[in-house]
Ligand binder design. Sequence first.
Ligand code: 3PY
Ligand code: MG
Length: 254
Amino acid sequence: MRRLKHILDAGDTVLSGWCGITDPRYLEAIAEYDFDAVVLDMQHGFFDETSIQNGIATLIARGKAPLVRVPLARWDTASRVMDFGALGVIAPMINTADDARAFVSATRFVPLGNRSFGPRHAASLYGVETNEYLTEFDNCSLALAMIETREAYDNLDEIIAVEGIDGVLIGPGDLSISFRQDPVPDAYGVDTIDVVKDIVGRCKRAGKKTAAFSFDTAAANMLHGLAVDIISVGLDVTYIADGVKSHLAGLDFR
Ligand code: 3PY
Ligand code: MG
């Protein structure tokens, strides 16, 4: 598996799937497709502490980089999923530099953070010695702060200045909810598209990675046009819905 940062350093786009369904057979099926990485979602998906271990191991066995979105402010979980082998942790609703510092503290070893030593399982999943994991793999894992509120946007420069934050992941749904003060999202709509472009531009100028979620190929292509580094396209329910739709559409008796 090409480690995430190596793909990014080569200037290539990381293409990711997005899953909240925990069944390993389902993940195996997703992993057969042309994704570099898959986000396993503990915030809005069904993963718990047991199923996330299985999910991460399933992806590693199939050469896909496991990224994990942890629940809100669950720094204990952020640290544990790295012990389980996650190559990137995504923390939702990072609104302030203090939020970012708490995230870094849980996910980075000294001197950047205070992550407690326990990487043996992760090292063994990648088939390397613990020391190699510490010097190589841990340096190749990503801490991505989700920017998805007006407050986060207002504090963006301070958040991305926190050492140990590798980059941001834009949540276009919540961002639009926050900016429009309307619970119905309008992802990448007229009220927030310039905000998204500005976030991407400011991160790039600061030398930080950019990631973003998209529901469909049109949005993913738009993000690629902005040179977003890590693009996720679709999610489990849309993969299933599109598959069912295409099967039904091919029938000549309904
Ligand atoms: C958002 O759009 O708010 C997200 O968190 C993406 O899942
Ligand atoms: Mg969100």
